[in-house]
Design a protein around this ligand. Structure first.
Ligand code: 3H9
Length: 693
């Protein structure tokens, strides 16, 4: 017996229990232990049926994703599945919690599957740039037919218990203990009351219409769903041929950049919670106050209510409080429609909201999040009031996106309880939460807000205080690079197209139109007095705003709109671009889409490297998480620092030095890049070195 698999016997039934925390991932050690356990039970003449189940909160999360970088070791998952399929004794698998990827494939190779209520099954490999590589495309198709399997695999979606039953993925749905359910099913099989048979014995009906519709649907997207369709098509072949085809397609994807980027993104989402404050005693957060009922306050309140915690929201006027109440209720109803809330939890969330004008209503809450407009004097005024009103131990958070959290903290007599929580709009949907730790913030406060982030399903990233923190600081540099490109000859629509071609949902100028060009101008005006004289400045955006073109809300900005629909570029904005280039005496240069992407991403990486060098971010992977979950960086590219490793530090230095010939003030090589060249380290190495700060 090993410590990751328990072999038991109950009469003539043998049981194999997976006991490898945290998620029973099917790495080589677990595969090998199950393989040996199976051989032992198959050889035991007293055993007539075998049950496979898992211990802990879930059956298994599938193949061990950390192993992808290594060559497959034997027994491989297909080796193990063949042994299960070929077992002369019936094998029943019991699925509880989740059975994803290789875990579902493992179960599909057993002769019968039982689900425990609440179980979710799925083949999410496409979300990792892969396709199911251990028979999933062949065996699931044998159970459900081609059309349903395309929907499940190409979307990588989770299938709920009742649907799994309906589709025949599980033979029955039980309640309670997986072990008991497995024993009961095994006894029913031995008594002839339940049929168990290898999935491989089933055949698949061809469905050319479903395949060609899927090919058309996924033609423009990522590679993995396209290859998955090819593998599903092979399910009409004899099983051995189909499995061979699936494996070949799987191995091809395994070598791809898409897979590397998506796997990096998977771990980035989970890496950011490893902070130095981990392990500090946390405070209890049961009740939350929100100050400000604008877009941010409404979104933040919604996120907290969805997580089942009561919210008291403060506005200055009764009408504004009523408006916030209505907006939050509408958000909650949206969450109900999207399946994020049940009818009961929706009603409970609405009952747990109170929008009032009296700040003393916050006297007993555990956490307050201030979300008023960005003005230091107003914010410090609010924090002084909160200091007077809130109970001792209450955490006071500000949702500022760039103001100095230390200065805000000093407005109170308890700076140790003050922290920045920078949400992204819409706050109940966007996953990123920048946690801005002040000079005096207590470790337990930081640890507690990371717990709160988990509760509201955010990706929290720890940042030190600086102008713009991690995200907006990098965004500012990236945007400047985009604007300089336009000054130098690339049309703004070319810049947008190039970056959309790279994978951003929207280019920077289209985003500017969406966010409001007047808002960006107000920020530039605020910074004008402190702008260094050596810094290049593009007046194009200011001239566009001068025309009253603020973007989508005025139906004209860089582009023109009918309602929210973009109908073309704004000819007036194009004229301004040409005129300003001329006024500055600039001769337009030619830039290919590749040049544009290289410059803009190099600017992003350059600033991000500075952010790491200065210790504002803990690790390169934290920057990737910020970009992926807050700024629309394409997930399959893994994030700017993952990309930086592919480009390499020396190539990045060469680029920056070449760009610096024209603008040495903006383009400067960060010391860390030179250090990486000298020591041969990559950003991935830094992630490993700093994995547990
Ligand atoms: C596959 O199966 C390929 C096959 O078709 C073919 C093979 C030939 N491996 O998410 P959590 C870690 S591809 C390694 O925080 P939750 C995770 O990093 C696989 N590690 O918990 C974290 O570690 P840490 C297809 C894994 O309760 C810890 O476990 N399967 C794996 O919020 C806890 O995870 C998938 O795509 C893994 N497979 O969610 C499923 N899974 O504490 C991927 C998790 O050090 N996993 N870890 O940060 C999930 O969707 C979620 O983790 C799950 C649990 C729902 C299971």
């Amino acid at each position: 017996m090993s410590d990751i698999v328990r072999v038991e016997r109950d009469g003539d039934i043998g049981l194999i229990c997976l006991t490898k925390p945290p998620v029973n991932a099917l790495g080589v050690a677990l595969r090998s232990a199950v393989f040996d356990a199976l051989a032992e039970l198959v050889a035991d003449t007293s055993v007539r049926a075998i049950v496979l189940y898992g211990e802990g909160r879930l059956f298994s999360a599938g193949a061990d994703i950390k192993d992808f970088a290594r060559a497959a070791e034997t027994p491989t998952l297909p080796d193990l599945l063949k042994a299960l399929n070929d077992s002369a004794k019936p094998v029943v698998s019991v699925l509880h919690g989740v059975a994803f990827g290789g875990a579902l494939e493992l179960a599909l190779a057993t002769h019968l599957r039982v689900g425990i209520e609440g179980v979710k099954v799925g083949l999410p490999e496409v979300t990792l740039g892969l396709l199911p590589g251990a028979g999933g495309t062949q065996r699931l198709t044998r159970l459900t037919g081609i059309a349903p399997v395309i929907d499940i695999i190409c979307k990588g979606r989770h299938v709920a218990d009742s649907e799994a039953l309906e589709l025949g993925i599980i033979a029955r749905l039980d309640q309670g203990d997986p072990r008991d359910a497995g024993l009961m099913a095994a006894r029913d099989i031995l008594a002839g009351n339940l049929t168990a048979r290898p999935t491989d014995d089933l055949t698949v009906m061809a469905d050319d219409a479903a395949l060609s519709a899927a090919r058309a649907k996924y033609a423009k997207g990522l590679t993995a769903p396209q290859r998955a369709i090819d593998a599903i098509e092979a399910a009409t072949l004899p099983i051995d041929e189909g499995l061979k085809r699936e494996r070949a397609l799987f191995m091809e994807l395994m070598q791809g950049e898409e897979r590397a980027g998506l796997v990096h993104a998977f771990f980035a989402e989970r890496a950011t919670t490893k902070i130095p404050e981990r392990g500090a005693q946390t405070r209890t957060v049961e009740t939350v106050g929100v100050v400000g009922g604008g877009t941010m306050g409404v979104g933040i309140a919604t996120a907290i209510l969805i997580a089942g915690r009561p919210v008291t929201l403060i506005e200055t006027q009764v009408e504004a409080a009523a408006r916030a109440q209505k907006a939050i209720e509408a958000n909650l109803t949206g969450a109900l429609k999207r399946g994020k809330l049940t009818a009961d939890s929706h009603a409970a969330a609405i009952g747990a909201l109170s929008c009032v004008t009296d700040i003393t209503a916050l006297s007993d809450v555990d956490l307050v999040i201030e979300a008023i407009f960005e003005d230091m004097a107003t914010k410090t005024g609010i924090f002084a009031k909160l200091d007077a009103v809130c109970k001792q131990g209450c955490i006071l958070a500000t949702n500022t996106s760039y103001l100095d959290v230390n200065e805000i903290a000093e407005a109170t007599k308890r700076p140790q309880d003050v922290i920045g929580l920078h949400f992204f709009s819409p706050a109940h949907i966007m996953r990123l939460l920048e946690v801005v730790v002040g000079a005096k913030t207590a470790p337990e406060v930081t640890a507690t807000v990371f717990e709160v982030a988990r509760m509201i399903r955010k990706v929290p990233v720890r940042s030190e205080v600086c102008d713009g923190f991690i995200g907006n600081r990098i965004l500012t540099t990236y945007r400047k690079a985009c604007e300089y490109l336009v000054l130098d000859g690339a049309d703004f629509s070319d810049v947008d197209q190039a970056l959309e071609g790279f994978g951003f949902a929207m280019g920077p100028f289209a985003v500017g139109d969406l966010a409001g060009l007047d808002v960006a101008k107000a920020t530039r005006d605020r910074k004008a007095a402190t702008r260094p004289p050596e810094e290049r400045y593009s007046p194009i955006a200011d001239r566009i705003v001068d025309q009253g073109w603020f973007g989508r809300k005025t139906e004209a900005g860089y582009y023109v709109y009918e309602g929210t629909k973009k109908t073309g570029t704004n000819a007036g904005a194009v004229d301004i671009m040409h005129a300003e280039r001329k006024a500055l005496g600039l001769t337009p240069q030619e830039f290919s889409h590749q040049d544009i992407v290289d410059r803009c991403l190099t600017a992003m990486i350059m600033e991000a490297t500075g952010v790491i060098q200065e210790g504002i971010a803990l690790r390169p992977v934290d920057i990737d998480a910020v970009q992926l979950f807050g700024y629309g960086f394409p997930r399959h590219k893994g994030g700017p620092m993952h990309l930086a490793d592919q480009i390499g530090p020396q190539a990045l230095i060469n680029r920056i030095e070449a760009y610096a010939i024209q603008d040495p003030y903006f383009w400067r090589v960060p010391e860390l890049l030179r250090d990486m060249v000298a020591t041969g380290r990559t950003f991935a190495d830094l992630n490993v070195e700093r994995a547990e700060p």
